[in-house]
Write a protein that binds this ligand. Structure first.
Ligand SMILES: [Zn+2]
Length: 203
């Protein structure tokens, strides 16, 4: 009887202790995870200050994906680091978010403003230069790669143009390259742009 009762009590006790241990473990784990993520922010900032922007980015990404709610300073750090990575649009988004959240009294307000305008400027320049690169491609001459003679595209180097007729084909000397079937690089580029005049049109 007594033995039975003791066992019953001790089972209850064990159960109680077990659930407390379990609860503490959970809380401890949650705290550890959170403080670990807080440490990730500090690590990221240190890496950013050492100009290891890609590594800093990895740390910040982990924090952004896992820490809820996000501390506002991560928006500043991530936005600033994005500027150094050349991710200007991302930088603009996060720095604007930080300024919106924290206002002018934010601890990093001045720096956030500074990097926001740098990112905006770079973003505009980047888009402008991409546009002008495309324009340059369209206007640029074909490289003849130091070949001084290019095969004439009209007669394919034969020097003869063949016009298919109903009864018989008509053969004529190529009006672009003459009989030799080659063009100079300048002529070749004019031809590609449709600006090379056939010989019979030249007065
Ligand atoms: Zn030709």
């Amino acid at each position: 009887m007594f033995k039975f009762g003791f066992e019953k009590v001790s089972m209850k006790k064990i159960g109680f202790i077990f659930s407390i241990v379990l609860l503490l473990t959970f809380q401890l784990n949650a705290q550890t995870a959170e403080s670990q993520l807080q440490l990730f922010i500090d690590d990221g900032v240190a890496l950013m200050n050492q100009r290891s922007y890609a590594k800093a980015n990895e740390k910040f990404q982990v924090v952004i994906n896992q820490l809820k709610p996000l501390p506002s300073r991560i928006a500043f750090y991530f936005g600033k680091n994005s500027y150094f990575l050349g991710e200007y649009k991302q930088s603009i988004n996060w720095l604007s978010k930080y300024i919106q959240l924290k206002g002018t009294s934010a601890p990093f307000y001045d720096e956030a403003k500074q990097y926001l305008s740098l990112s905006e400027k770079s973003y505009l320049e980047q888009n402008k230069s991409e546009l002008s690169e495309i324009e340059e491609d369209l206007n640029s001459d074909f490289e003849c790669y130091s070949q001084d003679k290019m095969v004439c595209p009209a007669c394919k180097g034969t020097g003869v143009l063949i016009t298919k007729g109903v009864l018989q084909n008509r053969y004529e000397t190529c009006p672009f390259s003459g009989g030799d079937g080659y063009l100079s690089c300048t002529e070749y580029n004019l031809f590609l742009k449709g600006k090379l005049k056939p010989a019979d049109e030249i007065e």
